[in-house]
Design a protein around this ligand. Sequence first.
Ligand code: F6R
Length: 240
Amino acid sequence: MEYRVFSSADKLAVCCADIFTGILKSKKNCVLGLATGASPVKTYQELIRRYEAGRISFADVTTFNLDEYCDLPRNDKNSYYTFMHKNLFNHVDIKEENAHLMDGNAADAEKEAAAFDAMIEQAGGIDIQLLGVGRNGHIGFNEPADAFSDGSFKVKLNESTIEANSIYFDENPMPRYALTMGIGTIMKAKKIVLIATGEKKAQAIREAVKGKVTPRCPVSVLQDHPDALLLLDEAAASLL
Ligand code: F6R
């Protein structure tokens, strides 16, 4: 696992967009694994700028998102479906049918998650997976646990995640469950790029880089991936 440290979140986002641009240009019908949350927003903005400048196209691209809340209407302002449309999909030429998020309201969550993993396989696997990291080391919504998860599944969010994300929920209470790609699903991606900024991520990044691989700090599993890169700002890298 490699890491790079940047003096600003803007420079970090340009580097991340460069990596995505390389893949978009080298493989027209590439498969992208995408993340929500604050971490990828600047990268999406940079990708939108490059699309508007005619440098890249998403016309033949397929995407799979890491996770989606359960028990939240798809069009709720806090659903990850809404997030992705607002922050990326509505501004580029991706085909709606090629942009996949799990349905957090599916009657059979297990079936929904298994079908999602099967769809990723059918698409040829994920060429590049973008990740953020939780303060507790979660990736996707794989919370600290006794064992690494395999395929995608329904997860109970833990208190630290609920506290971190509650700031976005001013009307409805924050959901307690989500569907997430499993660690096994994430680790199958050919390339992984993780963004972490701010001092609140510093401890998780320290454990990811210097600690042992343990499901108690899920991001540490990236040590076992053959092509994982962490893009950090100075605050997130401050304990390295
Ligand atoms: C989002 C996701 C989460 C976030 C993490 C960091 O799709 O899977 O793992 O990446 O919670 O969130 P931010 O970027 O808001 O600090």
